[in-house]
Write a protein that binds this ligand. Structure first.
Ligand SMILES: Cc1ncc(COP(=O)(O)O)c(C=O)c1O
Length: 423
């Protein structure tokens, strides 16, 4: 048995009791199932192996913005993954996790000089360039360093995708990529630059893309653009088709991976280029829970508030994206149901995980999990209300491993500097 299962009435992760993890490491703690990460990786890889020829298998570059703990990166590397990064910090994490520079692609609309330098110094596989000013800057920096930067241009295909306005990235109104009309000029400029080696195109239309046909619509833009680029005499040897695969939070319609792989085979493979994909959430989202403890049950004349010791600073998705997350008690799972508003302790009403949710009745001291929290959970956590970042635990080979220590209050407060005149 693997992933999250009930054994003798209590929730377990990869056969380890969540109660045991809570008692050993405290709460709130993010807990991840390595088994679940592996089965997602294998499902995506397997769909590609089934549909695409052996010499056109995509390089799966895990988009580590979803969860950048070095242990998670190391685990994905051990499964065969490559890496997509958006910052120097993520580059450092990736290298620390043992990724080779040539396995790393760098994306992002605002790459700074020091990030570009660090990526060039390491010798990454490619920069996914989002604008002409960025192209000029990479050329300048590469020139000073005596390097040639491999780049692809991120195409903005003007296709709407993404489970929420804030995570849709492929519309012309969005800040990402370069539109089709400008791609040809960009390619021509790059072609003439001494320190740039233009390799192809990339695309990423959004995250938690539940309108799954959007992927196909975006792919269908590529054959003509690729042909036009080649007709102008430029070489194009790489196509990075992004990430964005949805996971289950509630009752979403999921992407049929076999269909997706078939689209890649039918539309992208004939373009005769190296294929790169950038899955993030899909690989880690359902693998994680935020293990929490009930601090109080607060009853008013109208509502029952289940007050957890985790809060919006630990998991911001419900308040930021109105995201649904399943919530379950770890034990006493067949208790009579009560309708709760599940909230954290932070001093704003936005610190609400859900309203009016029917859950088994709980009491102070019970443990509960907030589900599907493995992606865009810990990595978006903050110190709001001077709360320390939670711990992280990875269950691997039947054992719970601490992979990130709970942040102490001293660690937060010690960064403040009081001017002498105020002492
Ligand atoms: C360029 C790029 N690639 C990949 C991803 C990963 O998306 P997801 O986690 O939905 O797969 C993102 C997410 O924002 C992104 O911006």
């Amino acid at each position: 048995m693997s992933g999250y299962t009930e054994i003798n009435g209590a929730l377990h992760v990869d056969n380890v009791a969540l109660t045991q993890i809570a008692e050993e490491f405290g709460t709130p703690t993010y807990v991840y199932s390595s088994h679940s990460i592996k089965s997602q990786y294998d499902a995506l890889k397997g769909a590609m192996v089934k549909a695409l020829p052996a010499d056109r298998q995509p390089q799966l570059c895990y988009a580590c913005k979803a969860n950048s703990n070095v242990a998670i990166l190391s685990y994905l590397r051990s499964l065969g993954s490559s890496l997509e990064i958006v910052s120097e910090g993520e580059l450092r994490r990736g290298l620390k996790a043992g990724f080779k520079p040539e396995q790393i692609v760098s994306t992002g609309v605002g790459k700074t000089d020091s990030e570009i330098e660090a990526c060039l110094e390491a010798g990454i596989h490619q920069f996914n360039v989002e604008s002409i000013p960025e192209l000029e800057n990479i050329d300048l920096i590469a020139g000073k360093m005596g390097k040639v930067a491999p780049i692809v241009f991120r195409l903005n295909p003007n296709v709407s995708g993404g489970g929420n306005d804030k995570i849709s990235t492929g519309r012309k109104r969005d800040k990402f990529g370069i539109n089709e009309a400008s791609i040809y000029d960009a390619y021509e400029m790059a072609h003439k630059m001494e320190n740039i080696d233009p390799k192809g195109l990339s695309m990423h239309i959004g995250s938690q893309v539940c309108t799954v046909d959007s992927f196909k619509t975006a792919f269908e833009k590529l054959p003509e653009i690729v042909a036009n680029i080649r007709d102008k005499g430029f070489t194009l040897t790489r196509l990075d088709i992004g990430g964005g695969f949805p996971i289950i939070y509630n009752d979403e319609k999921l992407l049929d991976l076999d269909n997706y792989a078939q689209w890649v085979n039918d539309i992208i493979v004939p373009l005769d280029a190296e294929i790169i994909m950038e899955p993030g959430r899909y690989l880690v989202g359902n693998a994680g829970v935020l293990l929490s403890e009930v601090t109080y049950i607060k009853k008013t004349s109208d509502y029952d508030f289940l007050v957890l010791n985790s809060a919006m600073n630990d998991l911001i998705r419900p308040t930021l994206y109105d995201a649904y997350h399943g919530i379950e008690p770890v034990e006493n799972r067949d208790a009579a149901m009560t309708t709760y508003d599940v909230v954290g302790p932070i001093c704003e009403t936005g610190d609400t995980f859900t309203r009016g949710r029917e859950l088994p009745t709980m009491k102070r001291g019970d443990f509960a999990v907030i589900k599907s929290a493995g992606a865009y959970g810990y990595c978006m956590a903050s110190n709001y209300n001077t709360r320390g970042l939670p711990a992280e635990v990875l269950v691997l080979d039947g054992k719970a491993h601490l992979i990130s220590k709970r942040q102490t209050l001293d660690e937060i407060i010690d960064t403040d500097i009081v001017p002498d005149t105020l002492k």
